[in-house]
Ligand binder design. Structure first.
Ligand SMILES: [Zn+2]
Length: 259
């Protein structure tokens, strides 16, 4: 199985997973980069997975369906044209001969879903999570339609997946997120190392993704709301912070106003 991020727009990635013959793509906001990649690799598009209704994630669905006949699996709780298999979370699908578990992760949007592939069918492969705009490397999605409690719970649920899970986010936001992470945890050594690593990758035009859940647990403050350092930083920003959920909500507000 090959996993590739196809760059789209300014900073989107359309993730493609393929076995050399058939492919699936996730959140195709634009059909052109997908069609180009399919042609260049001589692949057939079997399935399209859609996490939420924003146009930079679903703008390419109609054309891809016409051009390839691919089946579309996506959230059933949002207004998206072209979905063949509406999903609510909790489903187990079989796509390209692989198990795909659907997870309800509301917060960024009302009915956002994520897709976790254990990849136990592929010897030696680590699991993959396609999380749309829920979890980013060093960050999390903005709360456009959901509450802090919903997003916090969604992230807590993702954090229970195996540590080796490859985190496939839909945007290259890593460097700007890590600047915020540094403000929250200036003494986090793993964070400093990871920032240097990512600066090198971006200088050579290489994606910083996928990340791994293990890494995110060491550097991503939204997954570290119980840590004393993160809690102290959140309390310095908002003295009313008490619970881990308060920490999360304060971090999210702080990030919104962070330069
Ligand atoms: Zn979005």
């Amino acid at each position: 199985m090959n996993l590739e991020p196809l760059p789209a727009f300014n900073d989107n990635y359309i993730w493609m997973l393929h076995d050399g013959v058939q492919a699936l793509v996730v959140d195709p906001g634009d059909a052109a980069p997908v069609l180009h990649a399919l042609q260049a690799r001589n692949l057939q598009l079997a399935a399209i997975l859609v996490s939420h209704h924003h146009s930079d994630h679903c703008g390419g669905i109609a054309e891809l369906k016409v051009q390839t006949g691919a089946q579309v699996y996506g959230t059933g709780g949002e207004d998206i044209v072209g979905i063949d298999h509406p999903l609510l979370g909790g489903e187990r699908l079989q796509i390209l001969g692989l198990e795909v578990q659907v997870l309800a992760v509301p917060g960024h949007t009302r009915a956002h879903v994520a897709f976790w592939l254990p990849l136990h069918e592929v010897a030696g492969a680590d699991p993959v999570l396609f999380c749309g705009d829920t979890l980013f490397s060093g960050g999390c999605g903005r709360l456009f339609e959901g509450t802090p409690a919903q997003m916090y719970q969604s992230l807590q649920m993702l954090a229970t997946l195996p540590d080796a899970t490859r985190i496939c986010c839909a945007h290259e936001y890593t460097l700007s997120n890590l600047r915020f992470c540094e403000a929250v945890e200036p003494d986090n050594a793993a964070l400093k190392d990871y920032l240097q690593h990512c600066l090198g990758l971006r200088q050579s035009g290489t994606p910083t993704l996928p990340s791994t859940l293990a890494r995110e647990k060491t550097i991503n403050p939204y997954l570290r709301c119980q840590q004393a350092t993160v809690r102290a930083a959140a309390q310095a920003y908002d003295p009313a912070v008490r619970t881990a959920l308060d920490v999360f909500a304060a971090l999210r507000r702080w990030k919104n106003e962070f330069a």
